[in-house]
Write a protein that binds this ligand. Structure first.
Ligand SMILES: [Zn+2]
Length: 287
């Protein structure tokens, strides 16, 4: 039996004012790291960030995009993942030096996590926390604690051999009257969730796993959502960037190379533009 992957599950513990999420990724993650030749530690951290971004986008109550960026003084200059409410994901790691390091601390060094939420309608907003904890999962929990004041716990898993990543979230809901009891229920669900083993999260389908964990709770599972790799680059966006370049400089690039090439950082697609396509940007230059 093949286990269904690239799926996000959301569920609600009806009587407990707590919600949960489980995401299991393989192909979408593999497409993000394909062709980039990242060392193992970087593959792992990027994978964890992809799973985490899936979990975060699923907490959004609005349509839009979320960008999670880690930046620091370590061998990874920055690591960024973009996701939207339809669970379309892309991401990239930018290395400042070759590295065999693993783990958040050794790869990012001293740094921050910047979370930007861009609603389709409305103003974007941003939250920043220092990366002071040992793992990305703990840093995300810290982010929710400081910036949103919502008790949240996140678990992240990575398997380099099978190139799979997964994540789990347990979050207290802001509704309900008995805060002390809610918090006890939240802790209880965290303890149960904490028993997930990596081998289970990578080999069991969501339904089996959720039953194994929460069969003693009343849990309502919503329609699962597919997670896809999708890069948002396009010829149109490249042309918009080219329009910002000085016409003189463009003309000299065309003279030297016969074309203007742009390669997307994320998916490594190269877009080539030749003089006739760029004519409108070259108007000011005499040939
Ligand atoms: Zn692209």
């Amino acid at each position: 039996m093949t286990v269904q992957q690239d799926i996000l599950n959301r569920y609600l513990f009806d009587d407990l004012h707590v919600r949960g999420e489980l995401v299991q990724l393989s192909e979408s993650y593999q497409q993000i790291i394909a062709a980039h030749n990242y060392p193992v530690g970087v593959r792992q951290l990027l994978g964890e960030l992809v799973a985490a971004t899936c979990l975060l986008t699923a907490t959004l109550k609005l349509e839009g995009e979320i960008v999670v960026q880690l930046q620091g003084d370590g061998p990874i200059g920055y690591l960024v993942v973009n996701g939207d409410h339809q669970q379309n994901m892309r991401g990239i790691a930018r290395l400042t030096e070759e590295t065999t390091a693993t783990g958040l601390k050794d790869l990012i060094g001293k740094g921050n996590m910047v979370i930007t939420i861009r609603p389709t309608k409305g103003e974007p907003y941003q939250g920043i926390v220092a990366l002071e904890k040992d793992t990305l999962a703990e840093c995300l929990g810290h982010y929710f604690e400081v910036s949103e004041q919502i008790p949240t716990k996140i678990w992240l898993f990575h398997n380099d051999e099978s190139q799979q990543v997964a994540g789990c979230l347990v979050q207290l809901l802001p509704d309900g009257d008995d805060k002390a009891k809610q918090l006890t229920d939240f802790e209880h669900l965290c303890q149960i969730t904490n028993t997930i083993k990596a081998e289970e999260v990578f080999t069991l389908d969501a339904q089996t796993l959720l039953y194994r964990l929460y069969h003693q709770e009343k849990v309502r599972i919503f329609e699962p959502q597919a997670v896809n790799y999708q890069c948002s680059c396009s010829e149109e966006k490249c042309l918009a960037a080219i329009a910002q370049v000085e016409p003189k400089e463009l003309a000299s690039i065309i003279k030297e190379q016969g074309k203007v090439s742009m390669t997307c950082d994320y998916c490594l697609t190269t877009y080539d533009f030749f003089a006739p396509q760029l004519a409108s940007f070259l108007d000011d230059v005499k040939h």
